[in-house]
Design a protein around this ligand. Structure first.
Ligand code: NAD
Length: 434
């Protein structure tokens, strides 16, 4: 990777996207001036404390400590850089629309300048760029605007930044789009220049398509359970078709995270606001909600009433290699189990701190084996690699009951059955214990 000095940039918002973007551009040779309104976060970052769990991020931030500058003072970034990458949150509102208040706070904070550009990394509805350009024009600010949506995945974010499938740049063909292209040009990735609205839509459509693929295979899994087919074999057969591909064909207990649920709803809402009824996305969302709850039915099928039963949850984060709990399936699952009278013990290798903020009434264990002690049933919620190493005979020996619900089809069914467990996957035929 090049370490030649390159143009300095500003990054506004130092969350998952902002911090990875900052560290990534520092790795490519830029001085990066990071701004956040969260003073405690900025003070921590100055001391080298990384507020999120993302593999490789702390090493990269430490490696480029001399290129990464942290401040709560926007002028620090404006003085040093022309391009200001915006990576503030755009969470859903009650209506399902994206909450753009943080984005607008950034826009409003910009001074008049014709030598700066906002580069939007945050996921925003199609048309947001046009609105911001109109605001800049009304306020006589002269700012340029570029849409540069982010496609990184938590858990592999550094790799995704440095080796993206593509870089999408939506701009008006002015200096700012060229400057953003120049920054990314050292990466071995196709750079797609287009208009701003199309770039905004690429991001929403990509996430909606991936979410659709997940809900599709989950529905296939549910039909497999009725017909006796095995969804793992079905996905293997489907995935070999070039037109389909093997990715996002893993059946499970639903998608979560900070992006898919919010972006699918935002696209549905965006269409609805303009009078178009996006039927397919309604189904994608509904299937996902039902899928999170299917575990309850599986538990009840084997155990009847869950009142007083102890259920161990292995994994809480919305996926492995992250501590992100936003919209995690474990939130719905734990709430439903508690409502049905069950006791929950739970273990997650890194997300416990975040989980404690969102889940109450759960006993947090310090290891997977601690969590399963005395459990009537175990549910694998997140496919953390360490769970594949579990000695299932030891697990079975510690449990009071024998039911294992593998919510991600992650564990070895044969090994579970050999250990004396009753194995329930998602979309897999039930096999009797020997
Ligand atoms: P985040 O919540 O982790 O971080 C947002 C940061 O912005 C916080 O540190 C917050 O303090 C800061 N902030 C808020 N208002 C600010 C302001 N006015 N000025 C300066 N800083 C401010 O969010 P995230 O997960 O990094 O997501 C950011 C955006 O990127 C969202 O639009 C999201 O949809 C999109 N995105 C996220 C991912 C992902 O995997 N997390 C992937 C692709 C795109």
């Amino acid at each position: 990777m090049t370490t030649t000095e390159r143009q300095p940039i500003g990054v506004i918002g130092t969350g998952y996207v902002g911090l990875v973007t900052a560290a990534g551009f520092a790795e490519l040779g830029s001085q990066v001036h990071c701004i956040d309104i969260d003073a405690a976060k900025i003070e921590g970052l100055k001391r080298g404390e990384i507020p999120i769990y993302e593999p490789g991020l702390d090493d990269l931030v430490r490696k480029h400590a001399d290129r990464l500058h942290f401040s709560t003072h926007l002028p620090d970034a404006l003085e040093a850089a022309k391009l200001l990458f915006v990576a503030v949150g755009t969470p859903p509102t009650y209506s399902g629309d994206a909450d753009l208040s943080a984005v607008h706070a950034v826009v409003d904070a910009m001074p008049a300048s014709d030598r700066h550009a906002l580069v939007m990394k945050s996921t925003v509805p199609c048309g947001t760029g046009a609105t911001i350009q109109r605001i800049f024009a009304q306020q006589g600010k002269g700012f340029s605007y570029v849409s540069c949506p982010e496609f990184l995945k938590e858990g592999s974010a550094i790799k995704d930044f440095l080796a993206p499938d593509r870089v999408v740049i939506g701009d008006e063909g002015d200096w700012a789009g060229d400057a953003v292209q120049e920054l990314y040009s050292v990466l071995d990735a196709p750079i797609l220049r287009m208009d701003i609205r199309s770039a905004e839509m690429v991001k929403l459509a990509s996430n909606a398509f991936l979410a659709t693929k997940i809900s599709f295979i989950n529905e296939i899994a549910n039909v497999c359970e009725i017909t006796g087919a095995d969804v793992l074999e079905v996905a293997r057969g489907m995935g070999q078709d070039d037109r389909i591909g093997p990715k996002f064909l893993q059946a499970g207990i639903g998608f979560g995270g900070s992006c898919f649920p919010k972006d699918v709803t935002a696209l549905k809402q965006l269409a609805g606001n303009t009078g178009y009824h996006f039927q397919l996305l309604n189904a994608v969302i509904e299937v996902n909600e039902l899928q999170k709850r299917r575990v309850i039915q599986k538990l009840q099928k084997h155990m009847g009433s869950l009142v007083g039963k102890k259920i161990a949850l292995l994994g809480l984060a919305f996926k492995p290699n992250t501590d992100d709990m936003r919209e995690a399936s474990s939130l719905v699952l734990s709430a439903r189990l508690i409502a049905d009278g069950a006791h929950i013990s739970a273990y997650d290798p890194v997300a416990e701190e975040e989980a404690r903020k969102l889940i109450s009434g759960v006993e947090f264990a310090s290891s997977a084996l601690d969590a399963v002690n005395g459990a009537d049933a175990v549910v694998l919620v997140t496919e953390w690699p360490e769970f594949a190493e579990l000695d299932l005979a030891d697990v079975a020996g510690r449990m009071a009951g024998k039911l294992l619900v593998d919510g991600r089809n992650f564990l070895d069914q044969d090994a579970a059955i050999a250990a004396g467990l009753t194995y329930e996957g998602i979309g897999r035929p039930q096999r009797a214990n020997a």
